[in-house]
Design a binder for this molecule. Sequence first.
Ligand code: CP
Length: 312
Amino acid sequence: MAWNRKDILDIASLSVDEIASILDMADGLKEISERSIKKVPTLRGKTVILFFHEPSTRTRISFDIAAKRLSADSISISASTSSMVKGETLIDTARNLEAMHPDVIVIRHASSGTPYLLSRKISTPIINAGDGTHAHPTQALLDMMTVREAKKKLHGLRIAIVGDIDHSRVARSDIEGFTKMGAEVRVSGPPTMIPKGIESLGAQVMYDFDEAIDGVDVIMMLRIQKERQQNFLFPSEREYAQRYGLNSTRLKRAKPDAMIMHPGPLNRGVEITPDVADSINSVILSQVTNGVALRMALLYLVAGGLHSADDH
Ligand code: CP
């Protein structure tokens, strides 16, 4: 596949063929992490900067591991340890990073649109690792990889995404990705957490959780993002768990082989009970494993690994 994109900013701009090619490449790269020596020389001499302005465990560490498994040099900076604390702007910081000739900048930022701004201001390829409530394309791609791996297809599957849809960049990117690949997506949660117009992304809104998970192939549970909420959007965690928490009784409404997913971090006992999170249907840790391979594929494509494709 010829890869001509400078950046990975969202799912909306990727074609069905591009998504399928990324997933195929990630499938192929996955076995590198299962070797005793987990390293190939494909991106030797390339530099990846991880510029995270929000906390992250899965995304930052998996990008770091992905870069190292491809032999790229990776450097992490955060706003609190950079000269932004002395008043330097984001754009000036990015321009200074660009001046050091990295090959990719992976950015996470609390403000929606920040990766697009950087993409316009600097020539270094940008990968969006999550911007505000807008998009989390690499999470959606690893979610699609995980479902396709288990179900051998995406087209025709029924997927329920449940919880704080309004504040979830994962929900928006997952809706775009899964519907683009031919799946049917339903969203559910308290009316206060379902944004107006979400149907325009291709999702069907079902406020009744039990109805939403009836006969589905995949249930994606989401965390309540208290850090992004301005007001109290539900009476109590106990009531939320009763109305919108996934437990073993509710799970029976889905298909017997329904996959249980969660982008993390989990709030056990709130949106999902521990027995369900750790059940045989749960692929939550497979999502994390696949995140490394998926991000290896993206770094390989964006950092120009295709030019040295014979190396691995
Ligand atoms: N899924 C996800 O983005 O997790 P982190 O916030 O830990 O990166």
